[in-house]
Write a protein that binds this ligand. Structure first.
Ligand SMILES: [Fe+2]
Ligand SMILES: [Fe+2]
Length: 195
C-alpha cells in the first residue's frame, strides 16, 4: 500500500526502504570522519557554554568542582579538535549535533524538574553521564576511523580525549555512588516521612 505521508528531506525511502542519499552525502570514509569531527566540534563548544550552568546548579561542592574541572578539560578538547582539523588541512567548523542538543535540552529539563539539593545533584549527574557516554561512543568511533585512515597523529589526540571522557564518567559515578544518590534517597524519605 502506498504511504501518503510526505517523507522529510534527507530521509526519502525507495520502495525497498533504502534511504536516498543527500546531494552532499559522503562517498569516502575520510569525508564521514571529517563530518563527524564537525559534529563533535559543535557538541564540545555547546558544552563549554552549558557546563557553567550545571556547575552553578550543583549543591555538592565535590560535584561542582568536578564539573568545573571538566569544563577546563573540555576547552582543551576544543583546541585539540582544532589541531586535528589543521592536521587534515580542514578549517575548524561546527555542524549542529542534534544528539548533543537533545541531551543538553534534557539536562535543562532535569534542572526545572528538581529542587536544588541532593536530588537535583543526582539529576545533574544522570544528565552529565548521558553526555559523557555519548562522547565516549563518539570518540571511540573517531579513533577507529582515524586508525583505519592511517591518520596516526589524529589517533593519538583522539585517544587522549577519549581517556578524559572515560575519566569524567568514572568521577561522576564515584560521586553518585559514594554519597550523592544516598543523600538524595534520604532527602526523598525525609520529605515523605512526617516528623
Ligand atoms: Fe568532551
Ligand atoms: Fe566530556
Amino acid at each position: 500500500m502506498k504511504n501518503n505521508n510526505t517523507p522529510s528531506k534527507g530521509s526519502q525511502n525507495n520502495n525497498n526502504g533504502i534511504v536516498a542519499a543527500a546531494a552532499d552525502a559522503a562517498t569516502e570514509l575520510k569525508e564521514l570522519f571529517i563530518d563527524s569531527l564537525k559534529d563533535i566540534y559543535w557538541a564540545e563548544n555547546a558544552l563549554v557554554t552549558a557546563l557553567p550552568k550545571m556547575a552553578q546548579n550543583a549543591t555538592s561542592p565535590l560535584l561542582a568542582s568536578a564539573i568545573k574541572e571538566h569544563l577546563e578539560v573540555t576547552k582543551n578538547q576544543v583546541v585539540r579538535l582544532e589541531t586535528i582539523f589543521a592536521l587534515l588541512g580542514e578549517k575548524p567548523e561546527g555542524k549542529k549535533c542534534e544528539a548533543m542538543a537533545g541531551l543538553l535540552k534534557e539536562g535543562d529539563g532535569i534542572l526545572e524538574e528538581t529542587v536544588p539539593g541532593p536530588v537535583r545533584d543526582a539529576g545533574i549527574i544522570a544528565a552529565s553521564q548521558k553526555i559523557e557516554h555519548y562522547e565516549i561512543a563518539t570518540y571511540g568511533t573517531l579513533c577507529a576511523f582515524a586508525k583505519a585512515l592511517g591518520e596516526n597523529d589524529a589517533v593519538q589526540l583522539l585517544t587522549q580525549t577519549l581517556a578524559e571522557e572515560k575519566e569524567a564518567d568514572m568521577i561522576l559515578s564515584d560521586a553518585a555512588c559514594s554519597s550523592i544518590n544516598l543523600k538524595a534517597a534520604k532527602n526523598t524519605m525525609d520529605s515523605v516521612v512526617p516528623e
